[in-house]
Design a binder for this molecule. Structure first.
Ligand SMILES: Cc1ncc(COP(=O)(O)O)c(C=O)c1O
Ligand SMILES: [Zn+2]
Length: 407
């Protein structure tokens, strides 16, 4: 049970076998993984989860491999924590944080890469390549190390220092590229055939969505199968949002939830907001955002391959798409840290900034049950946060005060 029956194109519905490694459909759209859900429904019960492992592999019947075959570092099953102090400051009485910084390599990218590396290994692939804004690279490097596979990583030159050093520590082959993630992606596409690499680029590989969809299963389970009113998600490539939307549909087919859905809210940065613009203009897909720029490096995706799927989930859920400026992102990240003791990635800060704005506009109301995602750790973004703090020694402070005080 629970093995993928096949893969279907998210645009033209062409099907592909799951027994061979594939990237995109011939039409250029991402592939989605299918399961025999009626069979899973007959053999898998909510009660089975009481004794299941405390990682995302607790949902193995709807994942592409068994736990025994998984390349796992104990990803997922992250805390969903009530945020009372932050909620009070923002005016939200039922606010929750899904804290993905608790994953291996400190971000939610661990979920997708655990699944992708598991399947690559199962299908006999030895060499993996990825263009990344940072956190996906760290996760690929870690899971490739754990699986004994080669990782070839291409990141923009200004990637956070932590991601660079971490990838090198895991033994990955790292190349820094002058440009953005799209430039890194081009190099991977050009070199993959001559080098014999399999590309695990966001949405160009079907199993990262499967890992990320477990965030949707977890939210449902942690709320005792009653979905929240709204989910704020920091949207770059949109994999998590596409994955959670898929999870909710699967859960309904399993009979574990009904037809209700949370408002899916895609949060982007003011300096790179292609999804927001497409949503506002009622377009089917986004247009390339020129000169993309933001401290939230995971949101610096000028055009996502699955943009039309993200836009669908927003529209079908009567959700929203909203952009917030970098200053507000860092302010809100620090507010979350001060209020809740969670030091978030700027992408998590972006969700707090968006929450305040949507409460202010009346789109969200104080009594709704709202989940905000913190997708990574602030410790990976010290360059961004350090701009707000000085690094003075005690003696320098004394001198600045004009006095040398006895100790
Ligand atoms: C911390 C963080 N948050 C959010 C994102 C965006 O993720 P997604 O591709 O699921 O939209 C990224 C992607 O790099 C990230 O690293
Ligand atoms: Zn297609």
């Amino acid at each position: 049970m629970g093995r993928p029956s096949d893969l279907t194109c998210s645009r033209c519905a062409k099907t592909f076998t799951s027994s061979r490694a594939v990237n995109l459909c011939d039409c250029g759209a991402p592939l989605l993984v299918n399961y025999d859900l009626p069979a899973v429904r007959n053999s898998w019960r909510k009660d089975d989860l009481k004794t299941a492992i405390n990682s995302m592999w607790r949902y193995a019947p709807v994942l592409p491999a068994d736990l025994a075959d998984a390349v796992t570092l104990h990803e997922g099953w992250t805390p969903l924590t009530r945020a009372n102090r932050l909620g009070r400051e923002c005016g939200a009485r039922n606010l929750w944080i899904k804290d993905e910084s608790r994953n291996p390599t400190d971000s939610f990218k661990a979920r997708g890469l655990s699944c992708a590396v598991t399947m690559a290994k199962k299908l006999g692939i030895r060499k993996l390549a990825v263009p990344s804004a940072g956190n996906a690279a760290s996760a690929l490097a870690a899971y490739a190390a754990a699986a004994g596979l080669e990782a070839h990583i291409f990141m923009p030159r200004d990637v956070p220092e932590a991601n660079l050093v971490e990838c090198q520590a895991f033994g990955a082959n790292v190349t820094l590229v002058e440009g953005l993630i799209g430039d890194c992606a081009r190099i991977v596409s050009e070199r993959k055939h001559p080098e014999g690499w399999f590309e695990v680029t966001t949405l160009k590989e079907p199993y990262r969505i499967e890992g990320k969809k477990t965030m949707g299963y977890e939210i449902a389970e942690q709320f005792d199968w009653r979905l929240p009113d709204a989910i704020l998600y920091p949207c770059g490539g949109g994999v998590g949002q596409i994955g959670m939307w898929k999870a909710f549909s699967e859960l309904e087919q399993l009979g574990w939830i009904g037809a209700e859905r949370p408002k899916m809210i895609a949060v982007q940065a003011a300096g790179c907001q292609p999804i927001v613009r497409a949503f506002e203009r009622k377009l089917e897909a986004s247009e390339i955002w020129p000169d993309a720029n933001t401290v939230a490096s995971g949101l610096r995706v000028p055009k996502a391959l699955g943009d039309f799927l993200v836009l669908n989930s927003i529209r079908e859920s009567r959700g929203a798409a909203i952009a917030v400026p970098d200053e507000a992102i860092i302010d809100a990240g620090l507010q979350l840290a001060r209020c809740e003791g969670i030091f978030p990635a700027p992408e998590g800060g972006a969700c707090v900034a968006a929450l305040k704005s949507l409460l202010g506009s009346g789109y969200l109301s104080a009594d709704e049950r709202i989940v905000i995602f913190n997708t990574g750790s602030g410790l990976k973004y010290l360059e961004a946060y350090a701009t707000r703090f000085s690094r003075q020694s005690a003696s320098e402070q004394d001198k600045l005060g004009g006095l040398i005080t006895p100790r």
